[in-house]
Write a protein that binds this ligand. Structure first.
Ligand SMILES: NC(=O)c1ccc[n+]([C@@H]2O[C@H](COP(=O)([O-])OP(=O)(O)OC[C@H]3O[C@@H](n4cnc5c(N)ncnc54)[C@H](O)[C@@H]3O)[C@@H](O)[C@H]2O)c1
Ligand SMILES: [Zn+2]
Length: 372
């Protein structure tokens, strides 16, 4: 008997839970979630919702999200912010408050962040402070946002004197990662997201690091199954760390592997010149060299990590800002204490710690890892 044509059933979404007592929430991961009202079933009841997106992402996905939310909210408004890290500032944040107040939004209005980390961080901060806190949902559309920024409740804007310097810890009610959105990401953005995926290996899970090495070409080619596993495993590791240290009093700082150097690159070149993930990729190379000098890893490990970062399409040579400038920029990092820089270093493969390092060692690393 011939087989009758069966509709292709899409796999149910994977689910990772962030366990934070009464602030716990699920991360749903799968293809096509954005179009499916069921993805948003856990959204709190309210009369109105505001989708915050930007001029790049809204034309691609806002219509689908609006349709998926139509049966849950009487009104769904859309706000399109200008696109870019340079707009992650107080002025743009104020556009969200203008929209909320302009629409007469109340305390129950639910904010939806539809976009990458920039939209997510700003929308989260707006949600934390509008009427002292309204519910919000993250709908991350970049790989970086799906594996990192949308999860864990860090929200912020930049100040001209420092990145992410003004913000709040504020957890979303739900995170919906639609893997289909990754297909429209520019290649540079995909690579930037892979930096944060790679990060989870050296700091926590060398088996995952091995898996990424084996699958890096599939990830760069956006193989759906490879992306699905990378997002899920990354979220699991982030959930584990955030569940133990929501407010970064200790352990959570390890998620900043590569970020002390990376933030210096970003702000030294001017925000937006290098992408955050690119700066983090290169910053991990520097942090790995520093880890080697501090005795945590050997040269073979540094070479392996550097090769993987390069294969992900990320820069591995730092810009020639000059060591003095790097050090000056790193002293304003949030991990610094009394002007002393703290670095996340690998103390053995799969394990990270926060450490001081003598300036002389840092200068050696910079001399080795930077152009010019
Ligand atoms: N809160 C946290 O814990 C945390 C963690 C890591 C990074 N961050 C922050 O995240 C930001 C970086 O996030 P990002 O890398 O997502 O950058 P981004 O938000 O700027 O997005 C990158 C670019 O891709 C576009 N885009 C987004 N989704 C798209 C899609 N599906 N198709 C096509 N284009 C799309 C965006 O419009 C933008 O131009 C930084 O500001 C960083 O500080 C925060
Ligand atoms: Zn980051």
């Amino acid at each position: 008997m011939p087989l009758s044509a069966q509709p292709v059933l899409s796999a149910p979404p994977a689910r990772v839970d962030i366990q934070l007592g009464e602030r716990s929430y699920p991360i749903l991961i799968g293809a096509g979630l954005l179009d499916d009202p069921a993805s948003f079933a856990a959204t709190p009841a309210a009369a109105s919702a505001l989708i915050v997106s930007n001029t790049t992402v809204a034309p691609l996905y806002a219509k689908a999200l609006r349709a998926a939310l139509a049966n849950r909210f009487r009104t769904v408004h859309l706000l399109e912010l200008p696109d870019g890290e340079v707009y992650k500032n107080l002025e743009t944040l104020n556009l969200i408050f203008d929209a909320l107040l302009g629409h007469g939004s109340d305390r129950k209005t639910v904010l939806f962040a539809l976009g990458g980390g920039v939209v997510g961080d700003m929308t989260g901060f707006a949600a934390a402070s509008y009427m002292r806190g309204v519910p919000f949902v993250q709908v991350p559309t970049t790989l970086l946002a799906q594996v990192d920024s949308s999860v864990g409740g860090k929200t912020a804007i930049n100040h001209p004197l420092g990145k992410n310097m003004i913000g709040a810890f504020y957890q979303p009610q739900l995170v919906v990662c639609d893997l289909g959105t990754l297909q429209t990401l520019p290649p540079r953005e995909l690579s930037a997201g892979l930096a944060e995926v790679i990060k989870y290996g050296p700091i926590h899970d060398m088996a995952f690091f091995d898996w990424i090495e084996t699958n890096i070409d599939a990830l760069v080619a956006r193989d759906p199954a490879a992306l699905a596993y990378a997002v899920k495993r990354s979220c699991e590791i982030k959930a584990l760390v955030v569940g133990q240290d929501e407010r970064e009093t200790g352990l959570r700082a390890i998620l900043n592997f590569g970020h002390t150097f990376g933030h210096a690159i970003e702000s030294g070149l001017g925000y937006g010149e290098w992408l955050h993930g690119e700066a983090v990729g290169c910053g991990m190379v520097m942090a790995a060299h520093l880890s080697q000098r501090l005795g945590g890893v050997d040269a073979a490990f540094v070479a392996r990590l550097t090769r993987l970062i390069e294969r992900a399409g990320l820069p591995i040579v730092g810009p020639a800002l000059g060591a003095d400038r790097y050090l000056e920029l790193m002293r304003v990092d949030k991990k610094s204490e009394a002007g002393e820089i703290r670095f996340v270093v690998i103390d053995k493969p799969g394990s990270a710690a926060v450490s001081r390092a003598p300036d002389a060692l840092v200068r050696e690393v910079l001399a080795q890892c930077c152009a010019g």
